[in-house]
Structures are given as structure tokens and as C-alpha cells.
Design a protein around this ligand. Structure first.
Ligand code: DGT
Ligand code: CA
Ligand code: CA
Ligand code: ZN
Length: 573
């Protein structure tokens, strides 16, 4: 059981206790412990084995017993009994803003509501306003909250928001009076999915900027128009907010609206300790204002170096800034090659030659061709013989380049039982072997974990491709035991992929950071199926930065020969 699972169960207990409301505030203790466990820097099982659960803030004697029971038996009797008292769907109501435990209980007991859908229907039929303590206004707020929830779950991939935002920013930069323009919010932090686009502009007079914004071709409708903020719905369905402030306050504006909220809350605490208040307009000490034209000024006022936006999640970056130990994050310019690309030899759209030329033009020194092996059910999956033919072709192309190398790899299928669908002697002849799971993704935890572990124990498997198997918005990650995956990767020297396809971004930020902490090597790969696909690297690098990755953590920041020397097959010798 990993930290997230333990924390989730404690959260659930808190929710149920709050809804039952038998003992006021009893949920608070569980929530506190859950929060601490979710942010532990090491697996809770380690803490437990050392007998140190009580050192976790918020974990007292009773909590310790419950966590031990959970970790040793995989279940918690207390939780199982509580679950019988409240339907799961009632807990889902808590996700609606303005619906707390008391309201959820009311809706459930008085109207028999046990899902968000039923709550929506009851609100539309005016059945909520007549409940004790409710009214037309609270009913309306519940409806709005449900709509908000729907929109929020309709988050869009970073890759769909980023180019549109850049286009809008370029147009705004042309508007007379605009001094600076930038994206903010989750987009600037490069989260894998974006709720809405936040844009900021420094200008003397906001009015013409707002007008230019509303008139852009990609804007479908203006939903809110105020003196310093305009909100629009774009043709792709996303909401975009534009805020305009004078240039002398731009640093504060940018810092505030980049967020995250958690990062900002922490910074405001530091400001308070210094007798300052911090807002999107600047600092205040009593009536005296301290203006920040640049974002650096905000951090400097708090005695901190500037913190890269990708780190701003209050996951220790402020402490690292104070200690002077912020990471030197990997940049796209550090990437010297790509270790995962397909051609028409399997399911790619382009020839070896075209892919090589695209990678060369991108400034790479090498590209690994890693077409699928035969077992994938892909018509042209490669057999040992076809691999040999492909190698001849690759060698011929290499003779045409002086400053660029094509390497031959394969993306070999990990079968249902963990066996690979090419024999070891074939794998041994290749430069790089990526092993991936593409089928049986719904296997239970033990099976899928054992399967990938078995693949990692093969001496010729250098990299595990898209280790979690998620497709954003479509398919959750597999049930794989991530801690076991990382541990065996470290033990066997197998690298893990940060797959840069925008709907994958797999490993994700949290697991990248954990992998680095455990000494696991990473490769940021585009998994390109055509020349343009190579450009997905941008999103992989962004995700790696969110995982605190430095160049030294990433195999493909090394020149070809050094990269190859770091692969498992070379290190085993
Ligand atoms: P999103 O849009 O859901 O992907 O996530 P964000 O982070 O872009 O959030 P958004 O658009 O609601 O707000 C943009 C930033 O504005 C957010 O990261 C931090 C700041 N912000 C918004 N609301 C609050 C708030 O209530 N308190 C604080 N401290 N900051 C806020
Ligand atoms: Ca946003
Ligand atoms: Ca926003
Ligand atoms: Zn692939």
C-alpha cells in the first residue's frame, strides 16, 4: 500500500465521520494525518517498519494502530464498518463547492440523494430550497457548483492550451500600449492538464487591451468584462481570463496568478512573519506599499531566489529556496537525442530517412529507432529477421551523416506473463531496448507489477516505456505498484521513460521526483510516430521539470557514447 492509498482511506474516514456528525470535529484528526502522509518524503511502509509512525505529526496512539492494521492486513475494520453507514455517492457530494458534510447529510436524509446527478435534478426541480436552512440562493449555488465541477473535470491537455495561449499572447503583444504579456496559472506551471487559461498584461491603459482581446478570432464569446479583468470562452471551449495592471505592479500580478494557490498561501505566511501583507497588487507594510515590477522582486523581498513556475506547488520548493538548494532544472536545450521513435517499419507514418532528417534538423545528435515488436498485433511488428534488414538500412543512412547517428532499438512487448516477445539473443544485438505493456492493462495489481518486474530483470531491457499506462482523460494508470516498480528499476539499473506524448506524460511529475530520489535514471522520449511527433519533447521536458529533474537525471542529455555507456546492458559488463 502506498502513501496515496493510505492517505485516501484516512480522508474517506474523515468525510464519513463529518457526515455522520456524531462526534464534532472528529474528522479533523484524520484529515491532518492524511495530509501529512500524502506528503511524506518516503514510503509510509518504511516508517512503519522502523516503528516510527508516531513521529508523523498528527499520528497518535489510536491512529498508529489503525495505520498498522491497514499496512499489515491491507484493510481496516473500522473503515469497513464506517463505509456501511454512508453510501459512497453521498461522499461524492462533498466535491461540490459549498456542499459540506452538513448539507450532504441533509440532502441524503431528507431527499434520499446519493449522487451528484440526483442532487442536480433535485435542485432543478426546486426541491432543495424548501429544506431547513436552505433557500433559493443556496439551491442556485449548488447548481453552479455542479456546473463548475463538470467544467473542472473537463480539463484539457497542456498541449491543447499552450499553442492557443501563445497565439493570443503574440496578438496582444502587438496591441499599442502593451509592455509585457505572459501566461500564468497552471499553464505557466506546465501542469499536464489545464482548467482555464490565465493571461496577464502590463499596460498603462487596460481598455484598448481588453477590446483587442475580445475581438480576437479565437474568441467565441465574452463572458465577463470588467476594468481589470476580461473572461472569454474560446472556440475550443476553454475559458481564458485576461488581467491587466500597470507595469510597476506586473511582478506581483504575475507571481500571484501563476500560483499555485498552495504556493501563494505559503509565501503569504512568510510575508506575514516579516510584518508584510502580500497580494496581487504588491506588498504592504501598514499603509506603505512595496511595488514589484518583476517577479524576482517579489521573491527577493521575501529573501528568496526566484523559483521556477513548474516547482510552485508547495512541495518543498520554498524550503529549498531558503536553503539555497533549488534544483537546476533540465531544459529542452539539454536534450541531445531522442530514444523512442517509430517509422513505417512498424506503425509509424514516415521512413527511416525522413525521421532521421527531422531529428537532425531539430539539432539532435542521435535518434533511436524503436519500432514495435511483432506481438503487438500491429500488422508490421518486427520479427528478428525484419530487425536485421532494418539494421542494414540504418547503417547505410548513418554513412551519410557526419554529426548525427541513428541507433537501432526496439519497443518490445511485455506479454501477459512478463515474457518478452523477442528472444534475448535478438535483443542483445540492438543498441537500446524499450519494453512496454500495451495489452492487459486492467490486470490486478500483483499481476501487472510482477509482469513489469520480470521484464526489468531481463539484462537487455534498458528502459520501461510509459510505465503507468495512463491516457489523460481516457484511461487511468494501471494498478501497478509504483514503489515496487521504482525499487526494482533502481536495483536492476533499468531506466524509466518520461513519455512526452501530451495525453500520456508518463511517468508523471510526482513519480519522476520519487524516481530521482531513488537513483532511477530517466529518459524523456517523444514516442514520435511521424516527424512532427518529435516536438512532443517540449511536454516531456516540462513534466520532468515539474518532477524536479536536472540534466544529470536524464539519459538523453548525454552524448550518444556516454548515453550508451549508462544503459543497463553496458553497465552490467
Ligand atoms: P487550473 O486553471 O484549474 O488549471 O489551475 P490554476 O492554478 O490556473 O488556477 P486558477 O485559474 O483558478 O487561478 C490561477 C491562479 O490564481 C492560481 O494558481 C493562484 C491564483 N489564485 C486563484 N484563486 C486564488 C485564491 O483564492 N487564493 C490564492 N492565494 N491564489 C489564488
Ligand atoms: Ca487557470
Ligand atoms: Ca483562471
Ligand atoms: Zn512507442
Amino acid at each position: 500500500m502506498d502513501n496515496r492509498e493510505v492517505a485516501e482511506i484516512l480522508e474517506r474516514i474523515a468525510d464519513i465521520l463529518d457526515i455522520l456528525g456524531e462526534v464534532p470535529y472528529k474528522g479533523v484528526a484524520y484529515r491532518r494525518a492524511a495530509d501529512q502522509i500524502a506528503h511524506l518524503p518516503e514510503p509510509i511502509t518504511e516508517v512503519w517498519k522502523r516503528g516510527e509512525l508516531r513521529t508523523i505529526p498528527g499520528v497518535g496512539e489510536a491512529m498508529e494502530k489503525k495505520i498498522s492494521e491497514l499496512l499489515s492486513t491491507g484493510r481496516l475494520e473500522y473503515y469497513e464498518r464506517l463505509k456501511e453507514k454512508v453510501p459512497m455517492g453521498v461522499l461524492d457530494l462533498l466535491a461540490i463547492p459549498d456542499v459540506g458534510p452538513k448539507t450532504a447529510k441533509l440532502l441524503w436524509e431528507k431527499l434520499g440523494i446519493t449522487s451528484v446527478g440526483e442532487a442536480e435534478q433535485a435542485a432543478r426541480e426546486g426541491r432543495i430550497r424548501v429544506l431547513p436552512g436552505m433557500g433559493a440562493r443556496s439551491e442556485q449555488k449548488i447548481l453552479e457548483g455542479i456546473e463548475w465541477l463538470r467544467r473542472r473535470s473537463g480539463r484539457i491537455p497542456l498541449a491543447d492550451a499552450w499553442p492557443v495561449a501563445d497565439e493570443i499572447l503574440a496578438a496582444l503583444a502587438e496591441t499599442p500600449g502593451v509592455v509585457k504579456a505572459s501566461a500564468a496559472g497552471s499553464l505557466r506551471r506546465r501542469k499536464s492538464t489545464i482548467g482555464d487559461i490565465d493571461l496577464l498584461v502590463a499596460a498603462v491603459d487596460p481598455e484598448p487591451v481588453m477590446r483587442a482581446f475580445a475581438a480576437l478570432p479565437m474568441v467565441a464569446e465574452v463572458s465577463l468584462s470588467g476594468p481589470t479583468k476580461t473572461s472569454v470562452i474560446l472556440r475550443n471551449g476553454l475559458q481564458a481570463d485576461l488581467r491587466v495592471l500597470p507595469v510597476e505592479r506586473y511582478g506581483s500580478l504575475l507571481q500571484y496568478f501563476t500560483g499555485s494557490k498552495e504556493h501563494n498561501v505559503h509565501l503569504r505566511g512568510l510575508a506575514q512573519d516579516m510584518g508584510l501583507s502580500l497580494s496581487e497588487y504588491g506588498f504592504k507594510r501598514g499603509d506603505e506599499e512595496i511595488l514589484c515590477p518583476d517577479e524576482e522582486d517579489v521573491y527577493r523581498t521575501l529573501g528568496l531566489p526566484w523559483i521556477p513556475p513548474e516547482l510552485r506547488e508547495d512541495r518543498g520548493e520554498i524550503e529549498a529556496a531558503q536553503a539555497g538548494t533549488l534544483p537546476h532544472l533540465v531544459e529542452e536545450a539539454d536534450i541531445l537525442g531522442d530514444l523512442h521513435a517509430h517509422t513505417e517499419w512498424s506503425d509509424g507514418a514516415a521512413s527511416l530517412e525522413v525521421m532521421a532528417e527531422a531529428a537532425h534538423r531539430k539539432g539532435y545528435r542521435y535518434l533511436v529507432i524503436s519500432d514495435h515488436s511483432q506481438g503487438l498485433g500491429i500488422a508490421r511488428g518486427l520479427t528478428a529477421e525484419r530487425l536485421r534488414e532494418q539494421r542494414a538500412e540504418i547503417q547505410r543512412l548513418n554513412s551519410e551523416y557526419a554529426d548525427f547517428t541513428l541507433l537501432q532499438g526496439v519497443e518490445v512487448e511485455i506479454r501477459g506473463d512478463g515474457m518478452l516477445d523477442l528472444p534475448d539473443d535478438v535483443l542483445a544485438e540492438l543498441d537500446v531496448v524499450i519494453a512496454s505493456v500495451h495489452s492487459g492493462l486492467r490486470q490486478p495489481r500483483e499481476e501487472i507489477t510482477a509482469r513489469v518486474v520480470r521484464a526489468m530483470q531481463n539484462p537487455y531491457v534498458d528502459i520501461i516505456g510509459h510505465p503507468l499506462g495512463r491516457i489523460l482523460g481516457q484511461r487511468d494508470e494501471t494498478a501497478i505498484d509504483v514503489e515496487a516498480l521504482l525499487r526494482v528499476a533502481a536495483e536492476t539499473g533499468t531506466a524509466l521513460e518520461v513519455n512526452a506524448i501530451p495525453l500520456r506524460l508518463d511517468l508523471d511529475d510526482v513519480h519522476i521526483r520519487r524516481a530521482i530520489g531513488m537513483g532511477v535514471k530517466l529518459a524523456i522520449n517523444s514516442d514520435a510516430h511521424n516527424p512532427a511527433g518529435l516536438n512532443a519533447m517540449t511536454y516531456g521536458v516540462a513534466t520532468a521539470r515539474r518532477g524536479w529533474a536536472e540534466p544529470k537525471d536524464i539519459l538523453n542529455t548525454l552524448p550518444a557514447e556516454e548515453m550508451r555507456a549508462q544503459l543497463k546492458r553496458a553497465r552490467a559488463k
